[in-house]
Design a protein around this ligand. Structure first.
Ligand code: ZN
Length: 257
């Protein structure tokens, strides 16, 4: 398994990549989004060079707040057009798979309507990705509607869309991260790890919340999962990130020479 870390989009991208490389991660979960990592701000050639310098791979991550399921068709079209600009930037950096998040409208609308709007936008992005050589990964988010059922409905309806499981998000509303891994075992393409108290999306170091991590890693082993794992722990003091990195490497059986 490969372990990665995301850059903070409000910090200098190159300095973030340098920190990730210096601290022995295998890849960057490259967040291209405002403000300092927006397509307008980012120098894609410099990003590509920095990744090469550290021998880091990268997966892509678009802003979680892209309104791909807005009830307003104009906003959905704008979200897709914006995401296409970002796919082009990822392509020029050499990224091959990019995450797009679930999006849900206000309670005035139904879950069926929201699922249909997501499918419409994601199908357009998967088609664009196929044109330029990028695969799209779907990450369920933090709302009550982000269930295994809605995930499966979206994934089933968009051929080529890949499954990205965020295990912190899978711990909210009484859900079970290990059971979710079992359900999506055969289609798992990318995983985010972080912990919480089951109520809020806290992005804590694994082992400091309520997730049963040994059970999670047993489920990943049952799934024969051997791909990318992003440590999505947000702490202003990054010593906590590095401690969490060692913990996850131990859970995952990742040995460094
Ligand atoms: Zn995530």
């Amino acid at each position: 398994m490969k372990l990665g870390y995301p850059n903070h989009p409000r910090r200098n991208v190159i300095e973030e990549i340098d920190w990730i490389g210096r601290n022995g991660f295998d890849f960057v979960d490259l967040c291209l989004e405002p403000d300092r990592a927006s397509v307008e701000a980012v120098d894609t050639a410099a990003v590509r060079d920095a990744l090469r310098r550290w021998k880091l791979q990268a997966v892509g991550h678009t802003a979680w707040y892209l309104p791909i399921a807005s009830p307003m068709s104009q906003l959905r079209r704008a979200a897709v057009a914006t995401a296409k600009d970002y796919l082009a930037a990822f392509k020029s950096i050499g990224v091959e798979a990019v995450t797009v998040h679930a999006d849900w409208p206000t309670g005035l609308f139904t879950v069926d309507e929201a699922v249909a709007w997501q499918i419409e936008s994601l199908a357009a992005l998967v088609a664009e990705g196929a044109e330029i050589g990028i695969r799209i990964m779907y990450e369920a988010a933090t709302k009550q509607w982000d269930t295994a059922e809605t995930m499966a409905r979206v994934l089933d309806a968009v051929p080529g869309l890949l499954c990205h499981l965020d295990l912190g998000h899978c711990n909210l509303f009484g859900r079970d991260p290990a059971a979710t891994i079992d359900r999506f075992a055969r289609r798992l393409h990318h995983v985010h790890v972080h912990d919480n108290d089951g109520r809020s999306d806290l992005h804590l170091p694994p082992g400091t919340g309520t997730i049963d991590w040994p059970a999670v890693f047993r489920a990943l082993a049952r799934a024969h999962y051997d791909r990318t794992l992003t440590l999505e722990v947000f702490s202003s003091d990054r010593d906590f990130v590095l401690l969490a990195k060692r913990k996850v490497e131990a859970y995952a059986g990742i040995k460094r020479g």
